[in-house]
Design a protein around this ligand. Structure first.
Ligand code: GUN
Length: 293
């Protein structure tokens, strides 16, 4: 069994970006700038956004954090988005999800200029990704592609089973793995809450990607010998031995599944750190006007 070290891979990618930023600065070019909108005080979201801002500082990007109480109106958010769309200093921005129930998430995402949508959530970027046109790819699926690539894992002709069909991970992941570029060329099955006999499907997987947020859902009897297992789950479970009072648990029963795998991601330290690296990659591409010219 080999560990897919997301933390190390993320650091490598961020070092590569930092070197490019240093070169841009030396030539007097535009330093990439990422803005993040955070609504409310959800512990997970606050940590994720803080980590994104810290990553910007580390690699030499400019950054702005815009915070609102969870009582913010949709109109206030849309006004801020319009402002960021028109701010030439800001190359890309994100609105951290989930948003409070009284706000229409689709409407908020559609208000973002696709050219600045470095999360890759706008329907224009989703459509361009599906069509194989240059697009910002959503960070988590893009990070998984990087892991597969940097560990030189064969994907062509393999059976990739994706469990979970969210807009952020499962759905784009399934599309990207089916594309005719490496890492891709796989036969893809997508499973979800209405899948009958989930183990039947997961047992077919040469590459199993799980993103549902149900700790320990995938047990050893559901995994084929030699499979590559990618665990996107990061559920906070109570843990009195930790200062924070919780620890992160993946969707895969790592203890028992690991010995059957050729490769597996740990939680934490697997997919999570890569999402930050890929957001930074998209922001750099935005500043360089690489995607839309
Ligand atoms: N919530 C969970 N993942 C993400 C992400 O990649 N981007 C944003 N904006 N919100 C998220």
């Amino acid at each position: 069994m080999n560990l897919l070290d997301g933390k190390k891979t993320s650091e490598t990618i961020q070092d590569e970006i930092a070197a490019e930023v240093a070169a841009i600065k030396e030539k007097g070019g535009k330093v990439p700038h990422l803005a993040a909108i955070l609504v409310g005080n959800d512990g997970g979201s606050v940590t994720y956004v803080n980590n994104k801002v810290l990553a910007c500082e580390r690699i030499g990007f400019g950054s702005s954090l815009i915070r609102y109480e969870d009582t913010v109106t949709e109109e206030e958010l849309l006004t801020k988005i319009n402002e960021l769309n028109n701010d030439n200093e800001v190359d890309g921005f994100i609105v951290q999800l989930p948003l409070p129930k009284h706000i229409n998430t689709e409407k908020v995402i559609e208000a973002i200029n696709p050219k600045k949508d470095v999360d890759g959530f706008h329907p224009t970027n989703v459509g361009r990704m599906v069509a194989g046109l240059p697009a910002y790819l959503p960070a988590t699926p893009a990070g998984i592609l990087q892991l597969l690539k940097r560990y030189e894992i064969e994907t062509k002709g393999k059976h990739c089973v994706v469990v979970g069909r969210s807009n952020i991970v499962g759905t784009p992941m399934s599309i990207l793995m089916s594309k005719c570029t490496y890492p891709g060329e796989a036969t893809v099955t997508i499973c979800h809450r209405n899948t009958v006999n989930l183990p039947f499907h997961t047992l077919q997987a040469d590459i199993l990607i799980v993103a549902v947020g149900k700790p320990g859902l995938i047990t050893a009897d559901m995994v084929k010998e030699g499979a590559v297992v990618i665990d996107v789950g990061t559920t906070r479970v109570p843990d009195a031995t930790r200062k924070s009072g919780f620890r992160l648990r993946g969707d895969v029963d790592f203890e028992n599944v690991a010995e059957k795998c050729s490769y597996i991601t740990p939680v934490p330290g697997g997919v999570g750190p890569l999402t930050i690296a890929m957001l930074m990659t998209n922001t750099l591409r935005a500043a360089k006007k690489e995607v839309y010219g």
